[in-house]
Design a protein around this ligand. Structure first.
Ligand code: DGL
Length: 289
């Protein structure tokens, strides 16, 4: 950690707060933008009783090309916001943010909330099901260059050979709505046929946006490779963790969902339909003004 970053990190530490043991408290989910809505959607579908607060850092989108220090500073500021809303859980829905800032966020949040990310549940699933096999990973430059998946998989000693490839064109492609046309077909085929991904038995979709092109990826492999959607894995492991800590919301009142972004354009709001399956109202919460 650079001295400059250390200094700003110390200054923004929030006042001590009691840990949240209230099952009705919200689950805070954050992402670099609206792509993390794929994770929020999976969580909402599996845990419809849970109150959700979503924060998309659209002012700094995309995280995939940012430095680790920059992403860490954004993540801490977003955590302060979610802690101020008394979230019982902070879920880092963004692979790039989890790769850059998970350990820091966990230390920073301490006992004030439970911290989860999209990476650990995916690693757990892969090591249980693909021991001794070759597993591919596609993600942003930040996620792939951090080698976080390699390190965590190695720790499990499951004899998995991880073959990773950064696929930076996929995020802008999906955001432009190129999902099932000639352009997306060409780009997907070009990436998946690279030597880095040969001879794999499973492929991790290591980015919030990729579940939207899962069908095309599955079709490319013609059932020969299992395609792992981390949004589903993370929702399941969150459910298990909430049960285990007795934090599952059993209230009969309808769950509330609030969606905040750090910068607002109509385009973001329109795109929520793609990522969440329904149009959502985004509220601007300018953390950086
Ligand atoms: N949310 C990011 C991730 O999962 C993708 C978009 C970005 O680069 O910010 O890695």
């Amino acid at each position: 950690m650079s001295d400059l970053f250390k200094a700003s990190f110390e200054i923004i530490l929030p006042p001590a707060q009691e840990p949240i043991h209230n099952s009705e408290a919200p689950i805070g989910i954050f992402d670099s933008g609206i792509g993390g809505l794929t994770v929020a959607k999976a969580v909402h579908e599996l845990l419809p009783n849970e109150n959700l607060i979503y924060f998309g850092d659209t002012a700094h989108l995309p995280y995939g090309d940012k430095s680790t220090a920059a992403i860490q500073s954004y993540a801490i500021k977003i955590c302060n916001f979610l802690l101020s809303r008394r979230c019982k859980v902070i879920l880092i829905a963004c692979n790039s943010a989890a790769a850059a800032a998970f350990d820091l966020v966990k230390t920073y949040v301490g006992s004030k909330a439970h911290v989860f990310s999209v990476i650990e549940p995916t690693v757990a699933l892969v090591t249980q099901r693909f021991a001794g096999k070759n597993v591919g990973l596609i993600g942003t430059k930040q996620t792939v260059s951090s080698a976080v998946y390699e390190h965590q998989i190695e720790q499990e000693r499951a004899n998995i050979h991880l073959k990773a490839l950064a696929t930076p064109l996929l995020v802008p492609m999906i955001e432009e709505g190129f999902i099932t046309n000639r352009v997306s077909h060409e780009v997907i085929e070009n990436y998946l046929s690279r030597p880095e991904l040969t001879d794999i038995q499973a492929l991790i979709l290591g980015c919030t946006h990729y579940p939207l092109i899962k069908k095309e990826i599955v079709a490319y492999y013609q059932q020969q490779v299992e395609v792992i959607d981390s949004s589903e894995a993370v929702a399941h492991s969150l459910k298990v963790a909430l049960e285990h800590t007795q934090l599952l919301n059993k209230a009969s009142t309808p769950a509330s969902m609030q969606f905040y972004v750090s910068d607002y354009t109509e385009g973001f709001e329109k795109a929520t339909q793609i990522f969440f399956g329904e149009a959502l109202h985004l509220e601007k919460f300018p953390l950086w003004d």
